[in-house]
Write a protein that binds this ligand. Structure first.
Ligand code: XMP
Length: 514
C-alpha cells in the first residue's frame, strides 16, 4: 500500500467536489473524496493530515440534512469547511445558521471579499479580492472560540476560524477559478495549517507504485488489454517498467483504427522488454460487421468480438494471475449512477471477459486524475502523441463510417481524417479544440472535377469544445482553416467530392455521429 500524506475530502453533494480534489493534488498533496457517511474508523485508518468538508445543496438546520459524527472534531486534525461544509462546522459546534431572508447575506456570483490578513488561511493575500459565492444560508452566529476572518459588503461571516483547534470555514468556493486567490487559500490550508510537505509528485508516484506493483505481483503473470488510449497506454508503460516480461499486453487491432495508429502503438512499446501481442483481427471484425447499419448493433458486435479475441489470446498465454485495467479516479468517483437512459452503449477495452482465469485485478492508475495520468505517461517516456491523445471511442472508425462498413470506406475515412488532424495541428488549434475527427457519411452527391462528373461521398468534419464530454459546443474553426482542409481533402482523397462542417452542439446532438 502506497503511503502519502492524505487529505480527506468529505463529500456533502456539492457540484465542485472533484475540482476541490484536483486543486489539492495540484498543490502536491494526495487526497481522496469520501462520502460524508463514511465511518469515522475508516476515515481514521487513512491517517489524514486534514479534512475538507465540501459544499452541498442542503440547509444544515433541516432534519434530513447530512450531518457528521461529532467525534471528528475531537481527532485533533485540521478541518476546512467550504460553503455547506462551513455551515456544518458552525452548526455542529454551537453556532447558528439560518436562511437568509432578504438579500442581506444571500450571495451568488463574484463578490468582493475582505480578508483578515492575520488568519493563517489568508496569509499573503491582498486585503480584499473577488471570491465566488453561492449560498442562501448564512451564519447568524459563530460558535464559541471562533472568529470572523472575512466579510463582504452584505455578509459579516464570509469566513470563520478557530485557529487554536485548526478549524476553518469559508462561505465562498476557493476551488473555482472565479475566486481570484482560491489556490493560495487551499495551499495555505494544506501547508500552513495541515503541515503538508508536498509528497505527491508523479516521479514519487512512479517510484512508489513500481515498488508496490512488484510486491503485489511477485512472480505472477499480468495480462493487459491495450487499446492505445491514454489510460491503457500509461498503465501498460507503468507495468512494463515495474515487471517487464511478466507483463503481456494484448493489443487487438480491429482494423478500425486511424491512419498508422496500430503501428504507432506497437512502436511505442518496443522500448520495453515485455510480451507484446498484436492481434491483427481486421478481417474477423469486418466480416462480423458486414452489412450492419444500426449503430447500437455495430457497438454490440465490436464489444463482444473484442472480448472473444482477447479471451482466445489469454488462453494461449496460459495461467494468468492478474488482469490489469487502466481505471482512473474519475471512473471511481463517477461510478454508481445507474439511472440514466442508455444513449450509446460505450465499449471500453477494460470490459471484463467472462472466461479468463485470473486471481485478481490490478488497477495502478486508480488514484489518478486524467491530467496526472498524462504527467505519469511523460515521466515514463511515452511519446507525446500517445500521452496527449484526444478520446477515441472503443468501436473506432466503425461508428464514424455511417451505415454499413467496407474496407474501402474505412480507408477513405482514414486518409481524410489524417489530413484533417494534420491541418488542425498546423493551424495550432489542438489546445483549443478538445475533440475533432472526420465522419464519412453514406450520402453521395454529384460534383465536377476537371471536366468530368463525379458521384462521390460527402465527408463531415466534427470539432467540439467541452470540459467533460457530457455537453459540448461546436468549435469555431476559422473559415480559412476550414477552406484549406476542404481543398486538401478533395484534392488528395479519392472518393470524396463534398465536405460539410457540423455546427451542432451536444445536446441535442452527440459528439460522435453514431
Ligand atoms: P458521445 O458521442 O456520446 O461521446 O457524445 C462522448 C465521448 O465519448 C466518446 N465515446 C466513446 N468512448 N467507448 C469509449 O471509450 C465508446 O464506445 C464511445 N463512444 C463515444 C466520444 O468519442 C466522446 O469523446
Amino acid at each position: 500500500m502506497i503511503q502519502h500524506q492524505t487529505i480527506i475530502i468529505l463529500d456533502f453533494g456539492g457540484q465542485y467536489n472533484q475540482l476541490i480534489a484536483r486543486r489539492v493534488r495540484e498543490c502536491g498533496v494526495y487526497c481522496e473524496v469520501k462520502p460524508y457517511t463514511t465511518s469515522l474508523d475508516t476515515l481514521k485508518s487513512l491517517q489524514p493530515i486534514g479534512f475538507i468538508f465540501t459544499g452541498g445543496p442542503n440547509s444544515v438546520y433541516l432534519d434530513d440534512a447530512p450531518q457528521i459524527d461529532h467525534a471528528i472534531f475531537q481527532l485533533g486534525v485540521p478541518i476546512l469547511g467550504i460553503c455547506y461544509g462551513c455551515q456544518l462546522i458552525a452548526h455542529s459546534l454551537g453556532g447558528q445558521v439560518t436562511s437568509a431572508q432578504t438579500d442581506i447575506a444571500r450571495e451568488y456570483g463574484k463578490t468582493t471579499t475582505y480578508f483578515d490578513p492575520n488568519c493563517k488561511l489568508f496569509h499573503g493575500l491582498p486585503s480584499n479580492s473577488i471570491t465566488w459565492m453561492s449560498h442562501g444560508d448564512y451564519m447568524a452566529q459563530v460558535p464559541e472560540g471562533f472568529f470572523m476572518t472575512a466579510h463582504t459588503d452584505v455578509c459579516p461571516t464570509a469566513a470563520i476560524a478557530n485557529e487554536c483547534r485548526g478549524f476553518y470555514g469559508v462561505q465562498f468556493h476557493p476551488e473555482v477559478n472565479h475566486t481570484e486567490h482560491g489556490t493560495e487559500i487551499i495551499h495555505n490550508f494544506l501547508y500552513k495549517i495541515c503541515g503538508a510537505v508536498g509528497d505527491w509528485t508523479m516521479e514519487d508516484y512512479l517510484n512508489t507504485s513500481i515498488v508496490s506493483i512488484r510486491e503485489t505481483v511477485g512472480n505472477g503473470k499480468v495480462l493487459l488489454a491495450l487499446s492505445g488510449g491514454v489510460d491503457s497506454s500509461v498503465c501498460a508503460a507503468l507495468l512494463a517498467e515495474a515487471i517487464g516480461k511478466q507483463l503481456t499486453c494484448v493489443f487487438v487491432d480491429h482494423g478500425l483504427m486511424r491512419k498508422n495508429e496500430g503501428d504507432e502503438v506497437e512502436t511505442a512499446f518496443r522500448k520495453w522488454s515485455i510480451n507484446f501481442v498484436r492481434v491483427n483481427a481486421e478481417k474477423r471484425f469486418l466480416s462480423k460487421l458486414s452489412g450492419v447499419e444500426e449503430p447500437e448493433y455495430k457497438r454490440k458486435i465490436i464489444g463482444e468480438e473484442f472480448i472473444r479475441v482477447f479471451e482466445e489470446e489469454a488462453r494461449k498465454i496460459g495461467q494468468v494471475n492478474f488482469l490489469a485495467q487502466g481505471t482512473i479516479y474519475p471512473d471511481v468517483i463517477e461510478s454508481g449512477t445507474g439511472d440514466a437512459a442508455v444513449i450509446k452503449s460505450h465499449h471500453n477495452v477494460g470490459g471484463l471477459p467472462d472466461c479468463v482465469d485470473f486471481q485478481e485485478i490490478i488497477e495502478p492508475l486508480r488514484p489518478l486524475f486524467k491530467d496526472e495520468v498524462r504527467l505519469l505517461g511523460r515521466a515514463l517516456g511515452l511519446p507525446e502523441y500517445l500521452v496527449t491523445r484526444q478520446p477515441f471511442p472503443g468501436p473506432g472508425l466503425a461508428i464514424r463510417v455511417i451505415g454499413s462498413l467496407t474496407k474501402e470506406k474505412l480507408d477513405i475515412l482514414r486518409e481524410a481524417d489524417a489530413i484533417y488532424r494534420d491541418e488542425i495541428a498546423a493551424a495550432a488549434l489542438t489546445q483549443n479544440i478538445h475533440q475533432y475527427f472526420a465522419v464519412l457519411t453514406n450520402t453521395r452527391s454529384v460534383g465536377v472535377m476537371g471536366d468530368g462528373r463525379t458521384y462521390d461521398y460527402t465527408l463531415a468534419l466534427r470539432a467540439v469544445t467541452t470540459s467533460d464530454f457530457m455537453t459540448a459546443d461546436w468549435a469555431r474553426i476559422p473559415y480559412e482553416v476550414l477552406e484549406r482542409i476542404s481543398s486538401k481533402i478533395i484534392n488528395e482523397v479519392k472518393g470524396i467530392n463534398r465536405i460539410v462542417y457540423d455546427i451542432t452542439s451536444k445536446p441535442p446532438a452527440t459528439i460522435e455521429w453514431e
